[in-house]
Ligand binder design. Structure first.
Ligand code: CP3
Length: 350
């Protein structure tokens, strides 16, 4: 079942950016806006038990999705979930160790890969679709709801390694060796992620973001094959069902390759990481592509005068482009919540 999708440009200002409008003040949301820096999140997290239980409890996941909206009135809300719910739904048995991050049964061979199954995937993810529905019902109309998933490459790095790693060595090595199952794994992730994203739209997501946190760490040829090609396939796949739903890509650390990424994938927007030169992005990236970014999350931790200088630098540089204010990566747990309020204040009083 697919429900018709209409871009809500009448009652939601955020969505107008995707019609090419350049808005002042710029719409704002922040990656990881729901999370451990908020005392109200930590409280709910404690009642949920572990992190995955929180992701799979529609009432609690809805509550933590709405918390930052109540506190800061962000222009967009992002579904509370995680990029590793797909591997979990494919039967890979994901856990989150306290203060050690994700732990998965690593996939190191074709035999390991063959154990994955799509059989229960959408039953497994049903609570997430329910959360999307409940969040939409609980949000003000003017607030956009962002659905998301991880990009195939980034999700594969965790599936292959069984954990997070600074260099994604296991996955990059497997990809160089060109084991046939690596391409099959990527193809499986493209297919299931497209279905997952379409279900989020069906249940009320206004737009989508795809996180390729580790995409930019790939070398030139590998970036083409494991970041650009799967993303192009995902955009085409989602747009086959929902041609008008905006999709933002986040090929973190892609540098000058953001340009090719935009041209070849057909995304409607890109999230720029902190290392991207904003003037370069403004002058060189396709005018039809919405830019989002790229305040350093550590500037929000630091606060003070520097925070104001940094926020204004982003706003001034992007003043004449369809632009969404965001960070270059997610808020971190030590962020003082009042500094987040300050960023929103600076933007809205500009
Ligand atoms: O507010 C939001 O941004 C929405 C929710 C969201 C989470 N994870 C919640 C979360 C989103 C969009 C993600 C994406 C995600 N998850 C990415 C891509 C973006 C990025 O941050 O680079 C990645 C790589 C993951 C995988 C993941 N999830 C890791 C490596 C970790 C452990 C690190 C950490 O911060 O603890 C998580 C856990 C996680 N996902 C938390 C949250 C709020 C912290 C969990 C907790 O409460 O203990």
């Amino acid at each position: 079942m697919n429900i018709a999708y209409k871009r809500r440009t009448d009652d939601c200002r955020f969505m107008r950016v995707f019609e090419g409008e350049c808005l002042t003040p710029a719409p704002v949301w922040m990656m990881r806006q729901a999370g451990r820096y908020l005392p109200e999140y930590r409280k709910v997290r404690k009642t949920a038990g572990n992190f995955l239980d929180l992701c799979y409890s529609p009432d609690l996941a809805t509550e933590v999705t709405l918390q930052p909206i109540r506190r800061y009135d962000f222009d967009a809300s992002i579904l509370f979930a995680d990029i590793l719910l797909i591997p979990d739904g494919l039967g890979q048995n994901v856990r989150f160790g306290e203060n050690i991050g994700p732990i998965l049964e690593p996939i190191r061979s074709e035999e390991d890969f063959r154990k994955l199954t799509v059989e229960n995937l959408h039953d497994h993810l049903a609570p997430v679709y329910q959360t999307v529905k409940q969040v939409r019902a609980g949000l003000p109309k003017k607030t956009a709801l962002i659905g998301f998933c991880g990009a195939p490459w980034t999700v594969a790095t965790y599936m292959i390694s069984g954990k997070g790693s600074p260099d994604q060595k296991d996955a990059r090595l497997a990809a160089f060796r060109r084991e046939t199952w690596v391409q099959e794994l990527i193809d499986l992730l493209v297919e299931t992620s497209v279905q997952y994203l379409c279900k989020q739209v069906e249940n009320g997501a206004d737009l989508l973001q795809v996180f390729d946190t580790w995409g930019g760490n790939l070398g030139e040829l590998e970036f083409e094959r494991w970041c650009i090609e799967p993303m192009a396939a995902m955009v085409a796949g989602v747009k086959q069902t929902y041609p008008d739903v905006p999709i933002i890509g986040f090929p973190r650390n892609a540098g000058v390759r953001y340009k090719r990424f935009i041209e070849k994938t057909g995304v409607d927007g890109v999230s720029l990481d902190t290392s991207v030169c904003l003037a370069w992005a403004r002058d060189n990236l396709d005018d039809g592509c919405v830019l989002q970014g790229n305040l350093d999350p550590l500037a929000v931790v630091a606060g003070g005068d520097r925070l104001e200088v940094e926020v204004k630098h982003v706003l001034d540089t992007m003043a004449e482009r369809p632009f969404i204010f965001n960070l270059g990566h997610g808020l971190i747990p030590e962020t003082p919540p009042e500094n987040v309020a300050r960023v929103v204040d600076i933007i809205r009083s500009a």
